[in-house]
Design a protein around this ligand. Structure first.
Ligand code: ADP
Ligand code: 5GP
Length: 199
């Protein structure tokens, strides 16, 4: 049975564990495509250009906006982030599910353009735990951490508009829930009925 690829947005406060959970989700999966965003933020220790992000200058980012190369883009805590459209569309054509790790403003843009996108919000088990994870990661200054926590409050407010709400208490459970969501979304009648009717 062949199937079409679907687009899944994963949003959630900085430090909630999106990258950790998505890395675990991708293990051993060749049916998933991670959309590597472009950003004007500098790389953190251990981040690899082209794998975690395409780290580009503000001028290069502006040039991509002008060339209409982004599916969406947004400013987040002083930096720009955007999803290059081309790779997303190529992956969907190849039948892969595309995962976008993007914040809420970008999620709105993608959903407006493509309403068949599935939106998943990842939340922390508690506010204290979010602060603990952000601090423990050790990649941001205390000032940046406070800005990200402030932003997290706004993000949590918009979570009720998402299709799914996953709480990242343990990584294993969060990954299991993501797997279940991806699986269930391919059981929709709109996708399944044409497969058996050959339309
Ligand atoms: P995000 O991508 O959402 O900004 P990260 O994946 O970088 O978050 O995770 C932030 C920190 O929290 C990291 O140090 C990571 O190891 C830790 N972390 C992620 N998920 C969990 C979890 N379920 N329990 C405990 N620590 C976690
Ligand atoms: P970080 O700097 O912690 O890697 O990411 C900060 C925020 O930007 C996270 O909420 C992440 O989901 C979001 N983000 C990453 N890439 C993109 C993107 O291409 N577009 C948008 N809108 N947000 C992004």
């Amino acid at each position: 049975m062949s199937r079409r690829g679907k687009t899944f947005i994963v949003s959630g406060p900085s430090g909630v564990g999106k990258s950790t959970v998505l890395n675990a989700l991708f293990e051993g999966r060749d049916d998933l495509f991670f959309s590597v965003s472009a950003t004007t933020r500098g790389p953190r220790n251990g981040e690899i250009d082209g794998k975690d992000y395409h780290f580009i200058t503000a001028d290069a980012f502006r040039a991509m906006i002008e060339a209409d190369a982004f599916l969406e883009y947004a400013e987040y805590v002083g930096n720009f982030y955007g999803t290059p459209m081309r790779y997303v569309d190529e992956a969907l054509e190849d039948g892969l599910d595309v995962i976008l790790d993007i914040e809420i403003q970008g999620a709105v843009q993608v959903y407006q353009k493509r309403p068949d996108t599935v939106r998943i919000f990842i939340a922390p088990p508690s506010w204290e735990e979010l602060e603990r994870r952000l601090t423990a990661r050790g990649t941001d200054t205390p000032e940046k951490i406070q800005k990200r926590l402030l932003r997290a409050k706004v993000e949590l407010d918009s979570a009720s508009g998402y299709d799914y709400f996953v709480i990242n208490d343990t990584v294993e459970e969060a990954v299991e829930e993501l797997r279940a969501i991806l699986r269930a979304e391919h059981c929709r009648p709109a996708e399944r009925i044409p497969l058996i009717l050959g339309r």
